[in-house]
Design a protein around this ligand. Structure first.
Ligand code: GLU
Length: 512
């Protein structure tokens, strides 16, 4: 029987979760659901200097909003806890010591001054990227160069030390990435990374490998920025003797700026005025604010659909996928190798599709709330009617009221540019007749009857109906464009229509 698939999303709580991180979480979620496995979330907070209060809560809320909450996490633990690395601190040292014992890691006692001096020496000798590695380690203060007695004495007296991995001098490290295929790296490009810091905390590399192993992770799906670390991780699995259960790696392509030049950043978001975070975020130390997709009016299912397509596609022309359909269609094989350009217009397009697929009843709730917030009131039926004619024109739920408020609030002003071109004697004549015809009946006005009366009013004056349409719209709505005008007349009703036409006839002047 195949082993249960277990994947994890392993964010560091260093600020708001960037959209790239949300995509990583989504792909992990889809992969786990598709294969009937488990989706875990582990908080990687070993770097206490970068810890930001509220960041973990933010991650939790963002995933909840998108309905992709993990099966196991700090807030819904399974059997492999704790799910925060800071709480796992006592576990890691034994693994680092195990590597020291096997000769794959060593103690290093170099002070930061000594490390700086080493770098300066190498830079002066024109070494491009000075590293602590197989060559330079021989000139440094570590358990490979110091006499055994001195090492013991230093350890016993509590001298500060780190534990570094001993990268082999000449070896080809290979890994078969599910997206990229075989990746080969020569060990002489790797450095002796610190595994255990002097404060007794593991580094990301050690903690990540130990935890993935202990948590039974079968596949590591993460951003491309971690690909350079993967050879080191492969070596760690080997040195621990865990090669048989080493997870399969899948490194996701980068999310690129809209013009394709470089990685998408918060600066792009600020520059172009679009969000790159799932939800609003205020940095607790700087007070700096970042805009979220949620508060910008994106529907969670639309945002998810958009995210899924940032690097993956189903291989045909379908684009609208519910979460269940995404699970069904998802496969790592269909994730592209190259970076994906971020296109906010595509996000808007998805939002429009999802908005339109909602019933008038569902959408009217947004409108009713916005109307109430503006201190006005509207009946549920009327709200539904407004929604029905506005939803084809809306990108966000708030547009329903923003663009449709003219139906409840009569215009006080008229668009000058339309008035100067379209408000003429013919319009005044037709509207005067129309007003009379509307006043002489008391039947409930429908779109059809409103139209028939308007056509009659034009014909009675021998004026072409089409010629005055924009002026009629201007008189009733204040602007030159909008949704189906006769449907608007039905919603605002006979009395209000008469009153608006009277006001326009009194206010608007014919310009020569
Ligand atoms: N803590 C890493 C991050 O913040 C996780 C990388 C990984 O998934 O291995 O992205």
């Amino acid at each position: 029987m195949n082993k249960e698939v277990r994947v994890r999303f392993a964010p560091s709580p260093t600020g708001a979760l960037h959209i790239g991180g949300v995509r990583t979480a989504l792909y992990n979620y889809l992969f786990a659901r598709k294969l009937g496995g488990k989706f875990l979330l582990r908080i990687e907070d070993t770097d206490q200097t970068r810890f930001v209060p509220g960041a973990e809560e933010y991650i939790k809320n963002a995933l909840e909003w998108l309905n992709i909450s993990p099966d196991e996490s700090p807030w819904s633990p399974g059997d492999c806890g704790p799910y925060r690395q800071s709480e796992r601190k006592p576990m890691y040292m034994q693994y680092a010591l195990d590597l020291v014992e096997k000769g794959h890691a060593y103690y290093a006692f170099d002070t930061s001054e000594e490390l700086d001096a080493m770098r300066e020496r190498l830079t002066a000798a024109r070494v491009v990227s000075p590293q602590y590695n197989a060559i330079t380690r021989t000139q440094m203060k570590n358990s490979l160069t110091l006499p055994e007695d001195e090492v013991k004495a230093r350890l016993a007296s509590g001298d500060p030390y780190v534990i570094r991995i001993k990268i082999p001098r000449k070896e080809e490290v290979r890994l078969n990435d599910m997206i990229r295929g075989w990746v080969m790296v020569h060990s002489n490009t790797l450095d002796d990374k610190v595994l255990m810091k002097s404060d007794g905390m593991p580094t990301y590399h050690l903690a990540n490998i130990v935890d993935d192993h202990l948590m039974g992770i079968t596949h590591v799906i993460r951003g491309e920025e971690w690909l350079p670390s993967a050879p080191l991780h492969v070596l760690l699995y080997r040195y621990f003797g865990w090669e048989d259960t080493m997870p399969q790696f899948a490194h996701l392509p980068l999310l690129l700026k809209p013009d394709g030049n470089g990685k998408l950043s918060k600066r792009d978001a600020d520059k172009h005025g679009f969000p790159v975070f799932p939800m609003d975020w205020t940095d607790p130390s700087t007070g700096e604010k970042a805009m979220g997709f949620k508060q910008a009016g994106y529907l969670p299912d639309a945002f998810l659909n958009f995210l899924a397509f940032l690097g993956w596609n189903p291989g045909d022309h379908r684009e609208i996928f519910s979460l269940a359909e995404l699970i069904e269609a998802f496969s790592i094989e269909r994730i592209g190798k190259s970076g994906t350009k971020f296109d906010i217009n595509k996000a808007k397009w998805f939002n429009e599709q999802y908005l339109r697929s909602k019933t008038d009843q569902e959408l009217s709730r947004y409108l009713l709330e916005d109307v109430e917030n503006d201190g006005l009131s509207v009946s549920e039926e009327k709200a539904r009617q407004i929604v029905a004619i506005m939803k084809e024109r809306a990108t966000f739920p708030t547009d329903l009221w923003k663009e449709g408020m003219f139906m409840l609030i009569a215009p006080q002003q008229f668009d000058e540019s339309v008035a100067s071109k379209k408000w003429n004697q013919e319009a005044v004549t037709v509207l005067t007749t129309y007003k009379e015809k509307l006043s002489s009946s008391s039947e409930v006005l429908t779109a059809d009857s409103a139209k028939a009366l308007l056509e009659e009013s034009a014909a009675a004056n021998d004026i072409k109906f089409g010629k005055v349409m924009q002026a009629v719209r201007l008189a009733v709505t204040g602007v030159g464009a909008g949704p189906d005008l006769m449907a608007v007349f039905e919603i605002i009703g006979r009395e209000e229509l008469i009153s608006r036409i009277s006001y326009a006839l009194d206010t608007l002047k014919i310009q020569s």
